[in-house]
Design a protein. Structure first.
Length: 197
């Protein structure tokens, strides 16, 4: 496997992470601190590098089990995350109706982006990378260099997606959360279709 092939793998693996970053920035607009924003490219890059490395060392031993289950697991996690966003939207609307209207009062039910949610997303988007790690066995250079490339590509693309997602959040306004949930549902259905084919 050559260098340009590893770069292409990095691009392919990072697409779900980019989509989730856009979903996060639209869903949690106005509630993402700089620390939480920059935790996304770091976490996604870390897991996109870690999972292929694990897959590389596991090798062909469990490849059949890994490749057959990854899409179902990923789909399930994406469905769960999309459902959680919709649940939070409905809960927030109910909460807003109950509170007394006070100037500048904020609803205590406002959902927040937690690091637990981020780790779950990072795992979900990197499960495919576990199986991809098996293909790195025929590298013509160090596997650690390949992992560094995949992580760097993911980090760069997710940073771009983060700024794009913030723009989308402003563009869609109050409908941004639904856009985020829709992106997650599309990713879930895509993973499920890929698992069934």
């Amino acid at each position: 496997m050559k260098l340009y092939e590893v770069i292409l793998i990095g691009i392919a693996l990072s697409m779900d992470a980019c989509a989730l970053t856009i979903a996060n920035c639209t869903t949690y607009k106005g509630r993402l601190s700089a620390k939480k924003e920059w935790s996304m490219p770091i976490a996604f890059a870390l897991f996109q590098g870690l999972m292929p490395l694990i897959g590389y060392f596991i090798g062909y031993l469990f490849f059949d089990y890994i490749s057959s289950a990854t899409k179902f697991i990923t789909s399930g996690i994406f469905f769960f995350l999309a459902g959680k966003i919709i649940y939070d939207i409905v809960k927030e609307k109910i909460c807003e109706r109950k509170i007394v209207e006070v100037k500048n009062a904020s609803c205590p039910c406002k959902k927040n982006f937690t690091f637990g949610v981020l780790i779950l997303q990072a795992v979900a988007t990197s499960i495919d990378a576990l199986a991809v790690g098996v293909t790195l066995i025929d590298l013509t250079f160090s596997v650690f260099f390949a992992i560094a490339i995949i992580s760097a590509v993911t980090f760069s693309l997710v940073v771009g997606a983060m700024f794009f997602g913030k723009t989308l959040g402003k563009l869609f306004g109050k409908y941004a959360e639904w856009v985020g949930a829709t992106i997650l549902f599309v990713l879930a259905i895509k993973s499920l279709i890929e698992a069934l084919i």
